[in-house]
Design a protein around this ligand. Sequence first.
Ligand SMILES: [Zn+2]
Length: 328
Amino acid sequence: MEIKELVYNGAIPIFNPSKLETPLEELLLQIGGALTETAVLLKGADGQAYYPSTILLQNEKLRELGLKTIKLLKDVDVKVKGLIYVHYDEYLSEEYGTVESDGRRTEGFICPINETYQEQFLKILEEISQIDIDNVILLLTGYASALHCFCENCRTTFSTDRKMPANFNFSLLQGDKELYSEWIEWRSENIKMFLLKVVEKSKELGLKPIFAVELDPNLQFEEGLKSSLGIDIKNVANLFDHLMIMVNPWEVILPPVQSKRFKELVQRVRNVKQQTNRNISLIYWPPSEEELKTLLTINEEVEGKGLYVFLQYPDQFKNWRETRIITP
Ligand SMILES: [Zn+2]
Protein backbone atom coordinates (compact mmCIF):
# COMPACT_ATOMS: atom_id res chain seq x y z
CA MET A 1 0.00 0.00 0.00
CA GLU A 2 1.11 3.55 -0.63
CA ILE A 3 2.15 5.71 2.31
CA LYS A 4 -0.62 8.15 1.50
CA GLU A 5 -3.28 5.44 1.71
CA LEU A 6 -1.84 4.03 4.92
CA VAL A 7 -1.86 7.42 6.59
CA TYR A 8 -5.37 8.29 5.38
CA ASN A 9 -6.57 4.99 6.83
CA GLY A 10 -5.11 5.88 10.21
CA ALA A 11 -1.84 3.89 10.26
CA ILE A 12 1.37 5.48 11.57
CA PRO A 13 4.30 5.03 9.15
CA ILE A 14 7.79 3.93 10.19
CA PHE A 15 10.38 5.65 8.02
CA ASN A 16 13.69 4.13 7.10
CA PRO A 17 15.60 7.28 6.02
CA SER A 18 17.62 5.34 3.42
CA LYS A 19 14.54 3.79 1.82
CA LEU A 20 12.19 6.67 1.13
CA GLU A 21 10.91 6.21 -2.39
CA THR A 22 9.35 9.67 -2.57
CA PRO A 23 11.42 12.53 -1.11
CA LEU A 24 9.94 13.45 2.26
CA GLU A 25 9.34 17.09 1.26
CA GLU A 26 7.14 15.89 -1.57
CA LEU A 27 5.37 13.34 0.61
CA LEU A 28 4.58 15.95 3.25
CA LEU A 29 3.04 18.18 0.59
CA GLN A 30 0.91 15.26 -0.57
CA ILE A 31 -0.36 14.10 2.80
CA GLY A 32 -0.11 17.41 4.63
CA GLY A 33 -1.91 17.56 7.95
CA ALA A 34 -3.05 13.93 7.84
CA LEU A 35 0.35 12.89 9.20
CA THR A 36 0.62 13.64 12.90
CA GLU A 37 2.84 10.82 14.16
CA THR A 38 5.70 8.70 12.83
CA ALA A 39 8.61 6.55 13.86
CA VAL A 40 12.05 6.90 12.28
CA LEU A 41 14.75 4.24 12.22
CA LEU A 42 17.82 5.56 14.08
CA LYS A 43 19.96 2.45 14.21
CA GLY A 44 19.63 0.06 11.32
CA ALA A 45 19.79 -3.72 11.65
CA ASP A 46 23.02 -3.52 9.65
CA GLY A 47 24.54 -1.38 12.42
CA GLN A 48 24.24 1.83 10.44
CA ALA A 49 23.57 5.02 12.42
CA TYR A 50 21.16 7.59 11.02
CA TYR A 51 22.47 10.18 13.47
CA PRO A 52 25.98 11.12 14.68
CA SER A 53 27.40 8.12 16.54
CA THR A 54 30.84 7.09 17.75
CA ILE A 55 29.77 3.46 18.19
CA LEU A 56 27.76 2.48 15.16
CA LEU A 57 28.66 2.42 11.47
CA GLN A 58 28.94 5.90 10.07
CA ASN A 59 28.15 7.16 6.63
CA GLU A 60 27.91 10.91 6.23
CA LYS A 61 25.15 10.78 3.64
CA LEU A 62 22.94 8.49 5.73
CA ARG A 63 23.61 10.44 8.89
CA GLU A 64 22.51 13.66 7.22
CA LEU A 65 19.53 11.91 5.68
CA GLY A 66 18.40 10.69 9.10
CA LEU A 67 18.74 14.08 10.76
CA LYS A 68 17.03 15.79 7.84
CA THR A 69 14.13 13.33 7.98
CA ILE A 70 13.54 14.07 11.65
CA LYS A 71 13.88 17.84 11.16
CA LEU A 72 11.42 17.96 8.25
CA LEU A 73 8.87 16.04 10.31
CA LYS A 74 9.36 18.09 13.46
CA ASP A 75 9.13 21.33 11.45
CA VAL A 76 5.56 20.46 10.54
CA ASP A 77 4.74 19.35 14.09
CA VAL A 78 4.75 15.61 13.47
CA LYS A 79 5.55 13.57 16.57
CA VAL A 80 8.63 11.42 15.98
CA LYS A 81 9.55 8.26 17.84
CA GLY A 82 13.02 6.82 17.26
CA LEU A 83 13.37 3.13 16.55
CA ILE A 84 16.35 0.92 17.34
CA TYR A 85 17.09 -2.80 17.22
CA VAL A 86 18.36 -3.89 20.62
CA HIS A 87 19.84 -7.38 20.30
CA TYR A 88 20.34 -7.39 16.57
CA ASP A 89 23.18 -5.51 14.93
CA GLU A 90 25.22 -6.96 12.07
CA TYR A 91 28.11 -4.63 12.78
CA LEU A 92 28.42 -4.95 16.57
CA SER A 93 27.57 -8.66 16.55
CA GLU A 94 30.99 -9.33 15.03
CA GLU A 95 32.28 -8.64 18.50
CA TYR A 96 29.32 -9.44 20.73
CA GLY A 97 27.62 -12.20 18.75
CA THR A 98 25.46 -14.97 20.17
CA VAL A 99 25.95 -18.73 19.77
CA GLU A 100 23.36 -21.46 19.30
CA SER A 101 23.35 -24.66 21.36
CA ASP A 102 25.19 -26.52 18.58
CA GLY A 103 28.07 -24.05 18.83
CA ARG A 104 27.28 -22.12 15.65
CA ARG A 105 27.33 -18.33 15.71
CA THR A 106 24.02 -16.79 14.72
CA GLU A 107 24.51 -13.98 12.26
CA GLY A 108 23.56 -10.52 13.47
CA PHE A 109 22.09 -11.46 16.85
CA ILE A 110 23.81 -10.36 20.05
CA CYS A 111 24.47 -12.08 23.38
CA PRO A 112 22.25 -10.21 25.87
CA ILE A 113 24.59 -10.69 28.85
CA ASN A 114 27.69 -9.29 27.16
CA GLU A 115 28.66 -6.45 29.48
CA THR A 116 30.71 -4.53 26.95
CA TYR A 117 27.77 -4.54 24.57
CA GLN A 118 25.47 -3.41 27.37
CA GLU A 119 27.78 -0.45 28.02
CA GLN A 120 27.86 0.36 24.32
CA PHE A 121 24.09 0.21 24.17
CA LEU A 122 23.74 2.67 27.04
CA LYS A 123 26.12 4.99 25.17
CA ILE A 124 23.93 4.66 22.09
CA LEU A 125 21.01 5.83 24.24
CA GLU A 126 23.11 8.80 25.33
CA GLU A 127 23.79 9.67 21.71
CA ILE A 128 20.14 9.29 20.78
CA SER A 129 19.03 11.56 23.60
CA GLN A 130 20.74 14.41 21.73
CA ILE A 131 18.28 14.06 18.86
CA ASP A 132 14.91 15.78 18.81
CA ILE A 133 12.66 12.72 19.28
CA ASP A 134 9.74 12.06 21.62
CA ASN A 135 10.30 8.41 22.56
CA VAL A 136 12.44 5.49 21.56
CA ILE A 137 11.03 2.13 20.48
CA LEU A 138 13.09 -0.92 21.46
CA LEU A 139 12.77 -3.67 18.89
CA LEU A 140 14.12 -7.25 18.84
CA THR A 141 15.08 -7.44 22.48
CA GLY A 142 16.04 -10.68 24.18
CA TYR A 143 17.71 -13.96 23.30
CA ALA A 144 17.78 -14.84 19.61
CA SER A 145 15.72 -18.01 20.17
CA ALA A 146 14.93 -20.80 22.62
CA LEU A 147 18.29 -22.38 21.72
CA HIS A 148 20.42 -19.34 22.72
CA CYS A 149 22.82 -18.27 24.13
CA PHE A 150 25.62 -20.83 24.42
CA CYS A 151 28.58 -18.51 24.01
CA GLU A 152 31.55 -19.20 26.25
CA ASN A 153 30.64 -16.36 28.59
CA CYS A 154 27.06 -17.59 29.06
CA ARG A 155 28.12 -21.19 29.62
CA THR A 156 30.81 -20.25 32.08
CA THR A 157 28.61 -17.83 33.99
CA PHE A 158 25.71 -20.27 34.27
CA SER A 159 27.81 -23.35 35.14
CA THR A 160 29.82 -21.67 37.89
CA ASP A 161 27.95 -22.28 41.20
CA ARG A 162 26.08 -25.17 39.67
CA LYS A 163 28.79 -27.80 39.90
CA MET A 164 28.57 -28.65 36.25
CA PRO A 165 30.99 -28.57 33.35
CA ALA A 166 30.88 -25.44 31.20
CA ASN A 167 30.57 -27.41 27.98
CA PHE A 168 26.86 -28.20 28.39
CA ASN A 169 24.35 -27.81 25.60
CA PHE A 170 20.58 -27.49 25.31
CA SER A 171 19.90 -31.26 25.26
CA LEU A 172 21.59 -31.63 28.63
CA LEU A 173 19.41 -28.88 30.11
CA GLN A 174 16.32 -30.36 28.53
CA GLY A 175 17.05 -33.72 30.11
CA ASP A 176 17.16 -32.25 33.63
CA LYS A 177 13.88 -30.63 34.57
CA GLU A 178 15.22 -28.71 37.55
CA LEU A 179 18.29 -27.45 35.73
CA TYR A 180 16.22 -26.45 32.73
CA SER A 181 13.89 -24.35 34.84
CA GLU A 182 16.93 -22.70 36.49
CA TRP A 183 18.24 -21.91 33.01
CA ILE A 184 14.93 -20.32 32.00
CA GLU A 185 14.81 -18.24 35.19
CA TRP A 186 18.45 -17.21 34.81
CA ARG A 187 17.90 -16.06 31.23
CA SER A 188 14.83 -14.01 32.08
CA GLU A 189 16.63 -12.46 35.04
CA ASN A 190 19.47 -11.42 32.70
CA ILE A 191 17.06 -9.69 30.36
CA LYS A 192 15.31 -7.98 33.23
CA MET A 193 18.62 -6.69 34.66
CA PHE A 194 19.60 -5.34 31.25
CA LEU A 195 16.25 -3.63 30.78
CA LEU A 196 16.54 -2.12 34.25
CA LYS A 197 19.82 -0.51 33.21
CA VAL A 198 18.23 0.71 29.98
CA VAL A 199 15.28 2.23 31.82
CA GLU A 200 17.44 3.87 34.49
CA LYS A 201 19.73 5.37 31.87
CA SER A 202 16.76 6.55 29.83
CA LYS A 203 15.28 8.28 32.84
CA GLU A 204 18.57 10.07 33.44
CA LEU A 205 18.56 11.19 29.82
CA GLY A 206 14.91 12.19 29.66
CA LEU A 207 14.19 9.50 27.06
CA LYS A 208 10.99 7.49 27.19
CA PRO A 209 11.58 3.94 26.00
CA ILE A 210 8.75 1.86 24.56
CA PHE A 211 9.15 -1.90 24.70
CA ALA A 212 8.11 -3.94 21.66
CA VAL A 213 6.63 -7.35 22.49
CA GLU A 214 6.67 -10.06 19.82
CA LEU A 215 3.30 -11.77 20.04
CA ASP A 216 3.46 -14.73 17.71
CA PRO A 217 1.95 -18.23 17.51
CA ASN A 218 5.40 -19.69 16.75
CA LEU A 219 6.51 -18.48 20.18
CA GLN A 220 3.23 -19.64 21.82
CA PHE A 221 2.23 -15.97 22.05
CA GLU A 222 2.75 -14.39 25.50
CA GLU A 223 3.08 -17.81 27.16
CA GLY A 224 6.25 -18.75 25.27
CA LEU A 225 8.11 -15.45 25.44
CA LYS A 226 10.02 -16.42 28.55
CA SER A 227 11.29 -19.78 27.31
CA SER A 228 12.06 -18.51 23.82
CA LEU A 229 13.36 -14.95 24.17
CA GLY A 230 13.92 -14.78 27.94
CA ILE A 231 11.22 -12.15 28.31
CA ASP A 232 8.93 -12.50 31.31
CA ILE A 233 6.42 -9.96 30.13
CA LYS A 234 4.54 -9.56 33.42
CA ASN A 235 7.86 -8.94 35.08
CA VAL A 236 9.37 -6.42 32.67
CA ALA A 237 6.28 -4.54 31.49
CA ASN A 238 6.10 -2.44 34.65
CA LEU A 239 9.43 -0.86 33.71
CA PHE A 240 7.67 0.85 30.79
CA ASP A 241 4.62 3.09 30.46
CA HIS A 242 3.87 1.91 27.01
CA LEU A 243 4.17 -1.38 25.13
CA MET A 244 4.11 -1.99 21.42
CA ILE A 245 2.72 -5.32 20.36
CA MET A 246 4.23 -6.80 17.23
CA VAL A 247 1.28 -8.77 15.94
CA ASN A 248 2.15 -12.16 14.40
CA PRO A 249 5.59 -10.88 13.34
CA TRP A 250 6.90 -14.30 12.29
CA GLU A 251 3.72 -15.89 11.04
CA VAL A 252 3.79 -13.93 7.75
CA ILE A 253 0.03 -14.05 7.18
CA LEU A 254 -2.59 -12.27 9.28
CA PRO A 255 -5.97 -13.97 9.68
CA PRO A 256 -8.97 -12.18 8.15
CA VAL A 257 -11.34 -10.31 10.46
CA GLN A 258 -13.79 -12.52 12.35
CA SER A 259 -12.02 -15.79 11.50
CA LYS A 260 -11.28 -18.13 14.40
CA ARG A 261 -7.59 -17.29 14.33
CA PHE A 262 -8.41 -13.59 14.30
CA LYS A 263 -10.43 -13.97 17.49
CA GLU A 264 -7.60 -15.80 19.17
CA LEU A 265 -5.16 -13.07 18.14
CA VAL A 266 -7.39 -10.37 19.62
CA GLN A 267 -7.62 -12.36 22.83
CA ARG A 268 -3.81 -12.71 22.99
CA VAL A 269 -3.31 -8.97 22.58
CA ARG A 270 -5.96 -8.39 25.22
CA ASN A 271 -4.17 -10.85 27.55
CA VAL A 272 -0.96 -8.82 27.35
CA LYS A 273 -2.86 -5.61 27.97
CA GLN A 274 -4.68 -7.03 30.98
CA GLN A 275 -1.70 -8.85 32.46
CA THR A 276 0.53 -5.81 32.23
CA ASN A 277 -1.98 -3.01 32.69
CA ARG A 278 -0.04 -0.83 30.21
CA ASN A 279 -0.99 1.36 27.28
CA ILE A 280 -0.46 -0.53 24.08
CA SER A 281 -0.01 0.19 20.40
CA LEU A 282 0.37 -2.29 17.57
CA ILE A 283 3.22 -2.66 15.13
CA TYR A 284 3.39 -4.61 11.87
CA TRP A 285 5.29 -5.02 8.60
CA PRO A 286 3.99 -3.41 5.40
CA PRO A 287 0.35 -4.55 5.37
CA SER A 288 -1.83 -5.48 2.42
CA GLU A 289 -5.25 -3.85 2.29
CA GLU A 290 -6.81 -6.92 3.92
CA GLU A 291 -4.15 -7.00 6.63
CA LEU A 292 -4.59 -3.33 7.35
CA LYS A 293 -8.27 -3.99 7.98
CA THR A 294 -7.37 -6.83 10.38
CA LEU A 295 -4.85 -4.70 12.25
CA LEU A 296 -7.09 -1.65 12.58
CA THR A 297 -9.89 -3.88 13.85
CA ILE A 298 -7.61 -5.41 16.48
CA ASN A 299 -6.46 -1.94 17.51
CA GLU A 300 -10.07 -0.87 17.93
CA GLU A 301 -11.14 -3.99 19.81
CA VAL A 302 -8.33 -3.76 22.35
CA GLU A 303 -8.51 0.05 22.56
CA GLY A 304 -4.94 0.38 21.35
CA LYS A 305 -3.24 3.74 20.96
CA GLY A 306 -2.41 3.28 17.31
CA LEU A 307 -0.99 1.08 14.60
CA TYR A 308 2.61 1.51 13.43
CA VAL A 309 3.56 -0.01 10.11
CA PHE A 310 6.85 -0.55 8.33
CA LEU A 311 6.90 0.70 4.74
CA GLN A 312 9.22 -2.10 3.55
CA TYR A 313 10.09 -5.52 4.90
CA PRO A 314 13.54 -5.20 6.50
CA ASP A 315 16.25 -6.96 4.43
CA GLN A 316 16.93 -9.21 7.43
CA PHE A 317 13.36 -10.43 7.81
CA LYS A 318 14.05 -13.96 6.55
CA ASN A 319 17.02 -14.41 8.88
CA TRP A 320 15.07 -13.00 11.84
CA ARG A 321 12.12 -15.24 11.20
CA GLU A 322 14.16 -18.41 10.76
CA THR A 323 16.08 -17.73 13.96
CA ARG A 324 13.14 -16.63 16.12
CA ILE A 325 11.02 -19.68 15.34
CA ILE A 326 13.69 -22.31 16.08
CA THR A 327 12.07 -24.75 18.47
CA PRO A 328 13.94 -27.22 20.69
ZN1 LIG B 1 26.06 -15.47 25.46
